[in-house]
Write a protein that binds this ligand. Sequence first.
Ligand code: AMP
Length: 536
Amino acid sequence: MMEYPLLLRGILERSRKLFPKKEIVSRDYTGIWRYNYGDFYKRVCRLANVLQEMGIHKGDRVATLAWNNHRHLELYFGVTCYGALLHTLNLRLFTEQLEYVINHAEDKVIFVDQDLLPLLEGIKDKLPTVQAYIVMTDSDELPATGLNPVYSYEKLLAAAPDAFDFPEDLDEYTPAAMCYTTATTGDPKGVIYTHRGLYLHSMCIGLADSLALSETDSLLPIVPMFHVNAWGLPYACTWFGSKQVLPGARPDPATICKLIEEEKVTLAAGVPTIWMAVLAAYRQQKFDFSSVRGFVCGGSAAPKALIKAFDEEIGVPILHAYGMTETTPVVLVSKPKSYMLDWPADQLYDAKAKQGLLVPGLEMKVVDEEGREAAWDGKQIGELWLRGPWIAKEYYKDPERSKPAFAGGWLHTSDIVSVDKEGFVSIVDRAKDLIKSGGEWISSVDLENTIMAHPAVQEAAVVAMPHEKWVERPVACVVIREDWKGRLSEADIISFLEDKVAKWWLPDKVIFVDEIPKTSVGKFNKKALRQRLEQA
Ligand code: AMP
C-alpha cells in the first residue's frame, strides 16, 4: 500500500471540496457571524499567508488566547496545516501559569480575543519569545492596549491573498497542536498532538459506536477550544462537513439553550456543570430541543440523576465520555450494547453513568498496586493505563515528570477504576491530588501549601467535596498552632489566600480540625479525610 501521511491538510481540503456550502455559525461580540466551509477555506489561506509574512517557520509555536469562535477555528487549521504548532492557551490559568506556559512553549506570536487582552498586558514584559500580538475583534478599531507590536487580525487577513499551497510533505508525526494541563503540584505540563494523532482521533469520533459524528450533525462545542482541542470536535466536524455552532465568549445557559433551538443543534458537548445549568434553564423555560440527538458529557463524572433527568424531562440522551488532555481526549464512551437495552431502566442508567467502553483504536489495562491486572468483575480496582495512536508519549520538555507517567510505553492515568463483566469502566477514585471544579483543575497540594505558609497554621489538607453546580469544590481542613488557638477565623484564612490564588480556587469552607489523618507512611490520608467530612 502507498505511503500516505495522515495530515490535517487532508481534513481541510475535504471540507473545501465537498462541503463548501455547509455552515459555520459563530457567536461573536456583535452578534451571530455566519459563513460556510468555502469562505472558511479562503480565510484559512489568508491566515497562512499572514503567518508566512510574519516570518513564522515550520514548528514555531503560535499561541491562541481565545473563546470558541470562527477565528479560533481558522487558527486550528491555518496554523497546523501551515506546519506550525498551535498552542491553545487556557484562559483560566493564573497569571504566573500563563507566563510559564508561554515561555516554556517559546510562543512566537499570540492571537488574542479583544476582551482577553488584560490577561496578557500584566505579563507582557516577561515574555521574551513573543514577537507580536494579533488582536481578534469585530470592530474596525483596535482596543487601546499596552501590548506591542500589536496588529488587527481582520486587517491582516484582508490584505493577504486567499490562496495558499499547504505543504504536502510534512511527516505525519509533526506536532500540530499543544495544550498544557495542570499538575498536582508545580508548573503545568505540556502535551503535544501530532497530525497523525488528531487525524486518527477525528476518525474515531465519526465511528457509529463512539460519537457517530457526521455531515448530518449540527455541533455545538461548549467545551472550550483551549481545553484538549474542544475534545477534538472542531477537527472532526470540518472533516465530515458537519455544521459548527461556536458559542463565543462566556455563553450563559440561556444563550446555550437559544443556540441549540435556533441553530437546530443535534449534538453538543460540555462538562457536567454546563448540563446541570442547561437543565435548570430548561426547567425555567421549555426551549425546543427536538433537533438534539445527544449531549456529550465528560471531563468529570456524569451523575446518574442528571442522565435520568435529561432522558425523562427533555427526552435527550446524555452520552457520557471520558478522556484526558494526554489522550486527545476520547478514550471511553458509555454507549450501552444492543442487548443491554432490554435491561430494567435503573440498571441501564447505572451503566450509562459509568465512564463506558474503550473506543476502537486504543488499548487499556487496569493495574493494581502490586502490578497485577485487575479482573473484570466490577469489584477489583487498579490504575487505568492506556496506549494507542492518540495517546501522548511524554510531557513536553519535561523528562522528569514524563518518566513515571509514561513508564513502559503506557500512559499511567492516575485514575483508579474497576471494569465490569461487560467491559464498562467506572472511575472510582483519583490518585492525582487535584480537584475538578466546573471542568478546570485546582491543585489541592498547591492550595494547602499556600495555606500552610500562614504563620498560625500547623497543617492543612485540601480535599474535593461534591458540589451541585461545580461538581467538586475545595474544602480546607486546617490544624492551628497551639499558641494561635481561638485567634484565627475562616475569614482570616480566606483573606490570606485572596492575593495568592485565583478567586475560583478559594476554598468553599475552611474547617478547623485537631489533626489530619495520615497514612502509614505519614502522608495526608485524603480518602479518610473525605470520608470524615462526608459523615460530619
Ligand atoms: P483533563 O486533562 O483536564 O481533561 O482531565 C482529565 C481527567 O478528568 C481524567 O484523568 C479524569 O480524572 C477526569 N475525567 C474526565 N472525564 C471524566 C468522566 N467522564 N468521569 C470522571 N472523571 C473524568
